[in-house]
Ligand binder design. Structure first.
Ligand SMILES: [Zn+2]
Length: 389
């Protein structure tokens, strides 16, 4: 058994002062205030002093980091990405594919499924690195009008047969899918994906309000990088953004890097979707944690300068880290740090329907971060094991 103490713990929706956390076999056994609990005999304590314990962050949308893309066909890619993620407080993630030629996509899905399965069988050498929980399929079922940098020649009209090919290649490891609901065939694919437990997310879409609502009725329950790659809000024709911002059945995510959205829009979004349905993602690409230069995203090249990633003049992912996204949300939206932490932990876990992560309560996985009062990540633990820094 392991014991941890901290000045304050976020569950994350409640705060426990002078917290004592008992961990056994990678899971939280009990959380209490230190004064009310005697330590079991023979248990040594890891004390975090006045610092803050919070659930490990979960990134639903990440393409790469540390010079590597999740679609790279090399054994070094995921371990390098996962080490960088853990340093920034991310303990679980959903490797996100971009639109590419069919055979490239199928091979990437197969490799990612292998990696996810390997981690399920508790490979000891991978302890202390962020864990991939499932694949996020971003494309090819996207709108040509709102494709961003996804290559137009590889975009496809959704069909059940195509979805089945991706599903088979990924051996059922697709846990999230971004899709434009206005495409012909989209409602059927949304309904089937939702039936299989995929978190269907509306995005890269030029949908009007009615088409967005049809996607929600079919089973979509989230929205991808809200405002970016979406038909803009018009006050007489609200479109997909009108639906995302007002429909309480949808949670939604944003890229709070100060580049993709003006801080005032982050504040508007946070005030509208609220503490329950605001989700932070990074949409990070291989350049994250690297110097400026030219990098890959899936099968195309991206220029990175001063925190901005572009391909042919269009924004192409970010170099954002999740700890920075949390601090930015708190600052932009004028939220407490503890509120912003919820948007990076409990809320994404809810989107993916994973009850044992994103929270620090009895029975949850012992995935947690130690934060300074300013939200800097000091240490990260996965299953009670510390990640190397
Ligand atoms: Zn995107």
């Amino acid at each position: 058994m392991l014991a941890f103490t901290a000045g304050r713990l976020l569950t994350p929706t409640e705060a426990v002062e002078h917290a004592l956390v008992l961990v056994d076999e990678g899971r939280v056994l009990e959380i209490s205030a230190q004064s009310s609990q005697q330590l079991p005999a023979g248990v040594s304590v890891c004390d975090f002093g006045d610092d803050l314990m919070a659930p490990g962050y979960i990134d639903l949308h990440i393409h790469g980091s540390a010079g590597y893309d999740v679609m790279d066909d090399t054994a070094e890619a995921l371990p390098a990405i996962e080490q960088l993620l853990a340093r920034h407080g991310v303990t679980s993630y959903f490797p996100t594919t971009v639109t590419a030629p069919m055979d490239t996509m199928l091979r990437a899905l197969e490799r990612l499924a292998n990696a996810i399965e390997k981690r399920e069988s508790a490979n000891p050498e991978s302890k202390g690195r962020a864990r991939p929980l499932g694949i996020h399929l971003e494309g090819p079922f996207l709108s040509h009008a709102r494709r961003g940098v996804h290559p137009p020649e590889n975009l496809l009209v959704p069909t059940l047969a195509l979805f089945e090919r991706f599903w088979q290649a990924a051996r059922g490891r697709i846990r999230m899918m971004t899709i434009a609901p206005e495409l012909e065939g989209a409602p059927e694919v949304i309904a089937e994906a939702a039936r299989r437990g995929v978190a269907v997310s509306l995005g890269h879409s030029d949908a009007d309000f009615a088409a967005a609502e049809r996607g929600i009725v079919a089973g979509a329950r989230h929205a991808t990088h809200t405002f970016n790659a979406m038909r803009p809000l018009d006050h007489r024709s609200p479109g997909i953004l009108g639906a995302v911002l007002t429909d309480h059945r949808l949670s939604a995510d944003i890229i709070a890097d100060g580049v993709h959205l003006d801080p005032a829009v982050v504040k508007l979004f946070a005030g509208t979707k609220g503490a329950e349905q605001t989700v932070l993602i990074t949409d990070a690409i291989s350049a994250t944690g690297m110097p400026d230069g030219r990098y890959r995203l899936g099968s195309f090249e991206v220029d990175v300068h001063a925190g901005k990633c572009t391909a042919n003049g269009k924004l192409a992912g970010s170099v954002l880290t999740m700890d920075c996204a949390v601090r930015n949300l708190a600052r932009f939206a004028e939220w407490d740090l503890s509120q912003a932490v919820v948007a990076a932990s409990r809320n994404p876990a809810r989107v993916a329907r994973i009850a044992t992560k994103g929270v620090l309560t009895a029975g949850a996985d012992a995935d947690f971060v130690v934060l300074s009062a300013a939200g800097e990540v000091l240490r990260s633990f996965i299953g009670g094991v510390e990640c190397s820094r």
